[in-house]
Design a protein around this ligand. Sequence first.
Ligand code: VG1
Ligand code: CO
Length: 545
Amino acid sequence: MFQIKRIETEPFDDQKPGTSGLRKPVRTFMKPHYLENFIQSIFDSMDGGAEGKSLVIGGDGRFYNNRAIQTIIKMAIANRVKRLLVGRDGFLSTPATSCIIRKYGLSGGIILSASHNPGGEEGDFGVKFNIENGGPAPQKVTDKIFEKSLEIKRFFMAEGPDFPIDAIKTEKVMDTTIEVIDPVKDYCDLMEGLFDFDRIRGLFRSGFRMAYDGLHAITGIYARELFVNRLGAPDSFLRNCDPLPDFGGGHPDPNLKYARELVDIMYSEDAPDFGAASDGDGDRNMILGKKFFVTPSDSVAIISAHSRNVPGYRDGLSGVARSMPTSCALDQVARELGIKCYETPTGWKFFGNLLDKGLITICGEESFGTGSNHIREKDGLWAVLFWLNILSVEKTSVSELVKGHWQKYGRNYYTRHDFEGVSTDGAKRMMESLEGRLSTLAGMEFLEKKVTIADNFSYKDPVDGSISKNQGIRIIFDDGSRLIYRLSGTGTKGATIRIYIEGYTKKERELYQDPQVYLKDMIALSRELSEIEKFTGRKEPTVIT
Ligand code: VG1
Ligand code: CO
């Protein structure tokens, strides 16, 4: 039925994976051989090739998901993969994929998603490759894939009919056993083992109301199983929970700008007690209370501070970690708990070694990513369940819980200003100019604060000793304030400059302000120091979170 073909091909020069896999407009992925070259490069980067390996594939359901899955199934057969698990209907969230790799001891997984980037025919597509620990491939693996992509001359394809993936079944095709699996069960079982489902069920029974927005991306199918089927919530708690190839025309990014519908509900007079949303592939989360937004940096700190109330974390945390631009709220909690807080570059792959070695239990990024050692990816619904578990124990509102946290630890005011789609050249020149002035900035005073550190962040992995340079420019002040500048590694149009602005206070009367107001002078300073307008022609950011 299938015929193995060796197909001649020419390399593309733009298949370098970014912060999170290879991400391009879907039109690029649809070019002849584009996807095939990249998948073959992944296979070729494996020790001894893909032959005999076990892999899982699935995606967030965006446009081109199922075409790509058929291509990958046929390439896996041709490359003699031994065992291939495929999510039914081509669905698998990023965290569920990580869970499945670990649970079944697979060699790795391929996730088809451009995460929070828009989908549809005009949108983006992406391929992420995860390794046997369940986490994103580390730099040395992605470097190897890129190398292979630059020298590729052929790929292997089993030509034949499409393999039906709309029902659970196992079938052997040549050397490959293909198993179409339930995309939600394993992941939901894992969640049930970590959280106190009885208590959360009780919370829902007590009249507590929730609005969960799946943004028409992958998490809808998981949310329905978890909240409705297993936790007894009414269906009305769920919104936009049917995955659509174009995400209903929206931008599946759970933040104040793109999850507007949910934000409007949560700021209305009749707002429910709790609001949450996730992104395209299910690894991000946004947490809201009644007229209240929880910053992701606060969220990971609060989750860590309350972790003993959650069954899966009752024994305490070995350590915690945050990405460098994430606010220092987590550091305050670590200090109180007497554990170490590691600071890593942006991107989940940097947490992998720390988690594998048991050096940390919980970690997070300011970009709406929170997770723990239960898998090796950030996990949107895990964070939502964590909050529900905490609220069911504390019997208080989201805003009271957060305010109580600030009263105890002080508040790390935080905001991120994104300048999207600026000229690549202008962005590069801005970063270079800033870097060139770093040595003169150290020791200078601005806004009555002294610059204590001005550098380009470099990270030495404490486990394997690898060094990652140029991870973002930091200007740190003696009162705990910070200004951070980085270029995004996930955008697909021009460049995106991210400026992260942070200030810290413990004064009770200063705790409850709008971050844009509290940080006003620091925001102005961030513009001045970088001369962003001169280099990019932009005065204002496109997204503020
Ligand atoms: C962004 C975020 C980063 C996150 C990455 C992938 O990267 O800042 O924290 O890990 O997206 O998230 P960048 O390079 O654009 O700043 V996802 O949800 O794509 O897997
Ligand atoms: Co994502």
